[in-house]
Design a protein around this ligand. Structure first.
Ligand code: DAK
Length: 260
């Protein structure tokens, strides 16, 4: 299935997993307004998938950033509108109810790094390169990089990366918590699919509620986060999946979750 024949974002629906591919390889999948709008539309089509994989088309890049050619002539008002579009789409991606896995197959710079930061989990190909090089262009990260990077790698590391704009290779990305692990060359999409399928085999409502609890608690006071966790834990007991999961354990059989 496709998000539209000429769309820069492709959508493939597998059994319980949706794969979104940002596919403008000639521009290293750079995000212009049309690509952001296509991503927005593709996110709306994810439906009841249990996990989403997000990757870049071609061999070289996940996403090499916001489209510099398109940005170069923006007026201040247009730039603010463009940043607003990107932030809205990234917020929507982050808030998807199911986990999203970034399969980073090359450059994830600027808006591309920020896109990976809006995902739940990040797998890195050996040639993955992360970074927030905006200061080299005379701007600051505009799609959440000053906020989500701090939360993911810690304040001082984020400051160093944002202030210097330096690139981070795959192994270092793992060491600082920007990526989960580096996979063997040529396998990042398959590894992301395997991880997505592993998630999809668990109680689907529980996975969604766990993501909800984690997102709601992000940046919140611990007591507030724990209160949300309690409520969502209670909600699990309104689901068929909870009954099935516990009955299957006690019956020494595999669970057959329905997502209800
Ligand atoms: N935008 C547009 N085109 C890009 C691009 C980008 N970000 N990155 C690469 N391309 C294009 C190149 O121009 C080239 O096009 P042609 O010349 O073939 O037409 C093609 O992709 C292949 O790139 P290269 O020839 O440069 O390939 P190399 O392997 O030599 O180098 C590279 C790969 C990724 C190291 C290099 O392309 C590069 O440095 N690209 C730029 C990376 C970058 O700086 N990314 C951050 C972009 S800034 C805001 C809103 C948003 C943002 C900020 C503020 N507000 C409004 C507040 C976000 C900013 C960013 O993301």
């Amino acid at each position: 299935m496709d998000a539209g024949m000429d769309s820069p974002v492709r959508l493939e629906r597998l059994e319980h997993v949706v794969v979104l591919t940002i596919d403008r390889p000639k521009a290293l999948n750079a995000l212009d307004a049309a690509t952001l709008r296509a991503l927005d539309a593709a996110i709306d089509q994810v439906g009841d998938a249990r996990a989403v994989v997000l990757t870049g088309g071609g061999e070289k890049a996940f996403v090499a950033g916001a489209d510099i050619a398109a940005m170069s002539t923006l007026s201040p008002m247009e730039a603010a509108t463009f940043a607003g579009l990107g932030q809205r789409v990234f917020d929507k991606l982050e808030a998807l109810p199911m986990p999203v896995i970034a399969a980073v197959n090359g450059f994830a710079l600027g808006g591309g790094c920020e896109l990976a930061l809006a995902c739940d989990l990040v797998l890195a190909a050996p040639n993955a390169v992360f970074g927030q090089p905006e200061v080299k262009l005379g701007v600051i990260p505009g799609f959440g990089g000053t906020q989500r990077l701090v939360r993911r790698v810690g304040s001082m590391r984020a400051r160093e990366l944002v202030y210097t704009g330096r690139n981070v290779k795959a192994e270092e990305a793992v060491a600082i918590g920007l990526a989960l692990r580096v996979v063997t060359e040529g396998t990042v999409k398959d590894a992301a699919l395997a991880l997505a399928n592993q998630i999809a085999a668990q109680g689907p409502v529980a996975v969604r509620l766990a993501k909800r609890a984690i997102l709601d608690g992000d940046g919140a006071d611990l007591r507030v986060g724990l209160a949300g966790e309690r409520t969502l834990f209670g909600l699990c007991f309104a689901t068929a999946d909870q009954k099935e999961g516990m009955a299957a354990f006690l019956g020494k059989r595999a669970p057959g979750f329905t997502g209800a």
